[in-house]
Design a protein around this ligand. Structure first.
Ligand code: ZN
Ligand code: ZN
Length: 360
């Protein structure tokens, strides 16, 4: 099915084959789970070839039943001429985002019978529209993030450091089948929350401050991405906290109510941005509304004021507006949603009540 969709793209661009070297794209198309540079795929209308070295021969045979294995004994130039000859191609695409100039000069250029055509984000565009199996796997990754957050919030207390809370949630994920975490967790207490991509540090959590928690699990290859902002006990600056929190929440809820397939990424972003701007905080929402998620935590399509994408049914994207104020902190709320023809389905289930009460 995935190969069929790629083959239609080959026909559309009048290419005989595509050489795939991006590791995530290889996983998507062939099921191969190596690191960048470990394997090369060559896919034509009739053939699907995978070339890899001794370390991966057994793994490739197991993981990639739809692909014929060619064994590399030194470097890829061992087998690249044979692969090209097997597909009989004259016009072959390569992934311009993944092949280095050095690789091109050394391995591809000497094959002078071939017209090499640079392609840009072909497989990434296929990956943006998830099939049913992927949506099922993504639901599990999202649910694991929800569980890990609930586990962390049961244990959170003042004087615990940001890193300690991050580790409690990571431990939960790894002992509940996650391969790894989707990205280095953000736990940003108080003023640290004003830095949108701050990471957890050796900083104690205090009562009454906004604390941004942004985390996710990689499970069966798929990455979840979840943000909640919480406050231990009542907010120190009650009025300000609630004004900012409720503005971000309203922006997120409006976006989730109105986003649908056919909308551009810019239009989706504008729904939330308008709410934040109407409340007087436009200059404090400095990033895009959301991004695609799947095998990578950031992938296509983008839902941002800089996006060139149009949303389609089957996209999985995040909806994560935020307000960040230097010296005070930040509020961000992030869900993963499935885009459908009529709207979105919100996959994330974590509650959005920010106050955590305890007998501290
Ligand atoms: Zn996130
Ligand atoms: Zn995100």
């Amino acid at each position: 099915m995935r190969l069929n969709r790629l083959r239609q793209m080959l026909t559309g661009r009048d290419l005989d084959a595509l050489l795939v070297s991006d590791a995530t794209n290889e996983r998507y198309l062939a099921g191969f789970t190596g690191s960048p540079g470990d394997a090369w795929l060559l896919i034509s209308q009739d053939l699907a070839l995978i070339a890899t070295d001794f370390r991966y021969w057994e793994q490739a045979e197991r993981q990639c039943p739809d692909f014929e294995l060619l064994k590399i004994t030194t470097r890829v130039d061992d087998v690249l001429p044979e692969m090209v000859q097997r597909v009989g191609g004259k016009r072959i695409g390569y992934e311009a985002d993944s092949v280095t100039v050095a690789q091109y000069d050394r391995w591809m250029k000497p094959l002078s019978d071939v017209e090499w055509v640079a392609t840009h984000e072909w497989v990434k565009r296929l990956r943006a529209v998830k099939d049913a199996e992927e949506v099922t796997l993504m639901r599990k990754a999202v649910a694991l993030a929800d569980e890990a957050l609930a586990h962390g919030l049961q244990r959170i207390r003042p004087s615990m450091t940001e890193r300690e809370l991050a580790w409690i949630m990571e431990t939960y994920m790894r002992t509940h089948k996650a391969e790894k975490i989707s990205f280095d967790f953000i736990v940003a207490a108080g003023p640290n929350g004003a830095m949108a991509h701050y990471q957890a540090a050796d900083v104690p959590l205090s009562l009454g401050q906004p604390i941004i928690i942004d985390m996710g699990a990689q499970l069966n290859g798929y990455c979840s991405d979840l943000t909640r902002t919480v406050c231990l006990g009542n907010p120190a600056e009650t009025e300000r906290f609630w004004e900012i929190y409720n503005t971000v929440l309203a922006a997120q809820q409006k976006a989730e109510a109105e986003i649908r397939a056919g909308m551009t990424g810019i239009e989706a972003d504008a729904i939330a941005r308008q709410v934040i701007s109407d409340a007087g905080y436009s200059e404090y929402f400095g990033h895009g509304l959301g991004h695609g998620v799947g095998l990578e935590v950031h992938e296509k399509p983008r839902a941002s004021y800089m996006s060139e994408d149009t949303l389609a049914a089957g996209n999985l994207i995040t909806v994560e507006p935020g307000i960040y104020i230097t010296g005070w902190g930040g509020v961000r709320i992030e869900d993963v949603v499935l885009v459908t023809e009529g709207g979105v389905e919100v996959l994330t289930q974590s509650p959005k009540e920010p106050i955590v009460q305890g007998d501290w």
